[in-house]
Design a protein around this ligand. Structure first.
Ligand SMILES: NC(=O)c1ccc[n+]([C@@H]2O[C@H](COP(=O)([O-])OP(=O)(O)OC[C@H]3O[C@@H](n4cnc5c(N)ncnc54)[C@H](OP(=O)(O)O)[C@@H]3O)[C@@H](O)[C@H]2O)c1
Length: 255
């Protein structure tokens, strides 16, 4: 069971995705994730692994429409004349004819309105199904939404240690889904770490499962990354873990 969240225009995104940044063997790990049940892959031009991710999708034997594919444009491809050609290259590298969700990886010189307008053209051309952003602060988000374009996702760092609640709250209040990146990053404040360890024991689960279940209970999409098949499997099983409301509240208060 991989719960989905509504994104935009009757498009749904699996709440649990697989992060592919800096994997030792991106093709093998991504294939294992797909075989485990993940149906949402998070890649980026910056990760230089489109070919491996595309190959894993092909080798999985899954139908293209059963996989939700996210990738991102970064600095040198954000100018309006660069977006279209970059998307065409991504499609070739990924071996697909559409991207489910295309994000601005981070703001870097080109105004967001310019990139988003060009991204919208790729959406109108059927090469991309939805558009969004990443690493946007609340102010950036406000400007992105003011364009009137269907910006439906902000991918931000959110974990036990880094909690951009102002951004997350602003996004959720404005129907913009939030993807928590680096969700199981080691760290976190001592208080949070101790609480997670106690909860893991109480729920007979792992600290990473508790952390992922907490983030999903808060309505976030999560994209844990792992090279280790056991971790890929156990992270996925956090979908089966429902934390009690008071435990979610205690984790919220552990910052
Ligand atoms: N938009 C952005 O700017 C941005 C920035 C950063 C990341 N991201 C995306 O978010 C994804 C996830 O973030 P991330 O890769 O930074 O960090 P992460 O997924 O939070 O953590 C990955 C690390 O945690 C370990 N790990 C994973 N599951 C574990 C488990 N069950 N038990 C113990 N250790 C575990 C992994 O080691 P093993 O391999 O040994 O399991 C790896 O070292 C990225 O892959 C990328 O797709 C986006």
């Amino acid at each position: 069971m991989n719960k989905t969240l509504p994104l935009v225009d009757n498009i749904h995104i699996p709440q649990m995705g697989f992060g592919t940044w800096a994997l030792k063997d991106a093709k093998q790990a991504t294939l294992h994730a797909l075989q485990t049940g993940y149906r949402h892959l998070d890649t980026a031009d910056y990760y230089h692994n489109h070919t491996e991710v595309g190959q894993a999708m092909k080798d999985s034997g899954l139908r293209r429409e059963d996989i939700f594919l996210v990738t991102k444009l970064y600095g040198s491809t954000l100018a309006s004349a660069k977006v279209g050609p970059a998307v065409d290259r991504f499609l070739k590298e990924l071996g697909t004819d559409y991207i489910d969700l295309l994000l601005i990886h981070w703001l870097s010189g080109t105004p967001a309105e310019e990139s988003l307008a060009a991204m919208e053209e790729t959406r109108a051309a059927g090469k991309v199904r939805a558009i969004g952003v990443s690493n946007f602060e609340a102010e950036d988000m406000r400007a992105a939404l003011a364009t009137g374009l269907p910006v439906c996702n902000n991918q931000i760092e959110y974990n036990l240690e880094v909690r951009a609640d102002d951004v997350a709250e602003f996004c959720l209040a404005n129907n913009v889904t939030v993807t928590a990146y680096s969700p199981v990053k080691v760290g976190g404040r001592a208080k949070a770490r101790k609480l997670v360890a106690n909860l893991a024991e109480a729920y007979d689960s792992t600290p990473e499962q508790v952390t992922l279940a907490w983030l999903m209970a808060k309505g976030f999409i999560v994209i844990p990354r792992s090279n280790n098949p056991k971790h890929i499997d156990s992270n996925f099983r956090s979908l089966e873990l429902t934390l009690k409301k008071e435990d979610v509240a205690a984790l919220d208060a552990s910052a």
